[in-house]
Design a protein around this ligand. Sequence first.
Ligand SMILES: NC(=O)c1ccc[n+]([C@@H]2O[C@H](COP(=O)([O-])OP(=O)(O)OC[C@H]3O[C@@H](n4cnc5c(N)ncnc54)[C@H](O)[C@@H]3O)[C@@H](O)[C@H]2O)c1
Length: 250
Amino acid sequence: MTRSTAIVTGAARGIGLATTDLFLAEGRRVVMVDRDADELAAVAEARTNVLPVTCDVSDPAAVAAMAEAALTDLGEVHALVNNAGVADFGPIDDCSFDTWRRVMATNLDGVFLCSQALAPALKAAKGAVVNIASISGLRASTLRVAYGTSKAAVIHLTQQQAAEWGEHGVRVNCVCPGPVRTKLAMAVHTQDIIDAYHDAIPLNRYGSEREIAEVIAFLCSDRASYVTGQHIAADGGFESTGVGLPALRK
Ligand SMILES: NC(=O)c1ccc[n+]([C@@H]2O[C@H](COP(=O)([O-])OP(=O)(O)OC[C@H]3O[C@@H](n4cnc5c(N)ncnc54)[C@H](O)[C@@H]3O)[C@@H](O)[C@H]2O)c1
């Protein structure tokens, strides 16, 4: 089967835009979804074979309209990448319920809503879903109670979706990026945090948007046709390495 279409949320910049560009290079038509209408229009204008759809993935009515527009345009949906996300770092004691809900609404509700709205089309096309979590969903750390918890839930949601949709031929996997210098990360990463990440990551550096997109594109492709219900950390080795590494280096 020709895997010729994809929908990417949070496509206006960062990892979502890099994923869009890889899909376009593969020859796919891409529906680019983002709530930032201006940034989305600007990047879509500079590309061919895309349909920009302005949508807040945490809004059920907007997601239903997006799914309809996407299906009308694409005909078949071969891949859905649930990438839209927001970050907020701070102590648990200072995390207001509004902040908690705002993070959950995009990072967790958005994945649930977009996947459910597109499930009939994904089943019809035996498509693939990739949900974007984070190393913060794999290992707890300070200052990210809402973000880390939302991402841990995305990893489990991935397994739930894979368990139920496998019999329909839909594969669902999850990518857990390590730090990437996007607008989202740079808004919450101080120089101290950047230095600490470099120390804790065996590859000693941040990843690039393209390096994350490559893993997403692989999981969406037929090369991963027997892979479902998995999460893979694209993180320079952060998750697999225990504490104390900097002190043990020569
Ligand atoms: N950059 C990192 O270090 C890093 C690390 C781990 C995981 N991630 C995850 O990768 C994904 C992409 O992040 P990024 O770093 O490219 O961020 P980014 O801020 O550069 O891009 C995120 C995009 O999502 C859009 N968006 C946010 N909320 C939305 C909503 N409710 N509806 C529709 N669009 C929305 C934004 O407008 C933006 O265009 C996120 O899920 C993020 O949590 C990023």
